[in-house]
Design a protein around this ligand. Structure first.
Ligand code: FRU
Length: 328
């Protein structure tokens, strides 16, 4: 029987921001997985941390026509209605990393942020011998990882009467907001011995502020993300800038895999949770070596794909020569 050509699909990706290494790793993972599906057009719109723009861009996707939407919601509440509209029109929705405040979506891919916060809380208790004052730097208000990481962290701390959360600093997920707001809060709370920052960029900012105030030896720091690379969280742990980071995988590959299962009418899970773990001085080197090896293998695969393409091009041009000769 003749093979039917694969169906053509268009995937729209509404990204809350595309301006940091974690988001770029997510996109790289998506592109890697997409390279197996030449029948898919992929379009990304970057909302640059604006929920209003994200809403507009999702409406644009609806006008342009998409077969599936992948979305990381900048803030849960404001973008929920438009995502529900997409879903209600029968277009599958994959929520990636940042959730909406509705169950009207097809699948979720990403970490369990309550668990991330809880693990950070338990690790803080170990670091401090179950007693001490703690400060938390939260991600942007209204974004689901910030809400959930805080919930998990507070939850875990509640089990240790000797541990107190004495201060909180809000951020917009980016380091400059910490450099601006943390100094005053830290000066007002000289007793703080540990800072839990909702990502490694904020954690690095916290370290810089502590250093400026001459407190870097006294204050322990925990971050989130654990990215590889020279400026990633694994390296920050290795360099002793932070004590630990919680692995939080960007999940680009998994998002595309789930999207393709949905589009091809294969079985899939609604909740696809990516695990977390503590990266500290005991395992940072192992993590670093493993991620470097993975990156090398990835490069090898890309080189092979390029070679294959070159061979296909050569073959195609030889075919053309043959046709021309035959016609002569
Ligand atoms: C990247 C990021 C990560 C964080 C995630 C939460 O844009 O800020 O650092 O873990 O988003 O959604």
């Amino acid at each position: 029987a003749a093979e039917t050509p694969p169906h053509h699909y268009t995937i729209g990706f509404s990204q809350c921001t595309n301006g940091d290494a974690w988001r770029l790793a997510m996109l790289a993972g998506m592109k890697k997985e997409l390279s197996f599906y030449p029948n898919v057009s992929f379009r990304m719109k970057d909302a640059r941390y604006s929920s209003a723009l994200q809403k507009q861009q999702i409406q644009e996707f609806l006008r342009e026509g998409i077969d599936l939407l992948i979305v990381s919601a900048n803030e849960s509440e404001p973008v929920t209605p438009v995502i529900e509209e997409v879903y209600n029109r029968g277009i599958p929705v994959v929520i990636l990393d940042r959730r909406i405040s509705s169950q009207l979506f097809t699948a979720y891919v990403g970490g369990n942020n309550v668990e991330v916060g809880r693990t950070a809380g338990r690790y803080a208790a170990t670091l401090l011998g179950q007693r001490g004052r703690v400060l938390e730097i939260l991600g942007a208000p209204g974004s689901s990882p910030a809400v959930d990481r805080h919930r998990g962290f507070a939850d875990a701390l509640a089990a240790y009467p000797g541990l107190q959360l004495v201060a909180q600093v809000n951020s917009n997920w980016e380091r400059p907001s910490v450099l601006e707001r943390l100094p005053a809060v830290l000066r007002a709370h000289p007793e703080v011995e540990l800072i839990f920052a909702h990502n490694d960029r904020l954690a690095l900012g916290a370290y810089q502020v502590c250093k400026e105030l001459g407190r870097q030896r006294r204050v322990k720091i925990i971050g989130v993300d654990g990215l590889p690379g020279s400026r990633g969280g694994i390296q920050l742990v290795q360099d002793g800038v932070i004590n630990a980071t919680l692995l939080y995988s960007p999940g680009g590959e998994e998002a595309i895999r789930t999207a393709m299962r949905i589009l091809q009418k294969q079985p899939f899970a609604k909740e696809n949770i990516l695990g977390t773990m503590v990266i500290d001085s005991t395992n940072a080197l192992t993590m670093k070596m493993q991620t470097e090896q993975l990156a090398n293998q990835q490069q090898d695969i890309q080189r092979q794909q390029q070679l294959l393409q070159e061979q296909r091009d050569t073959y195609a041009s030889q075919q053309t020569v043959l046709y021309v000769l035959a016609a002569a």
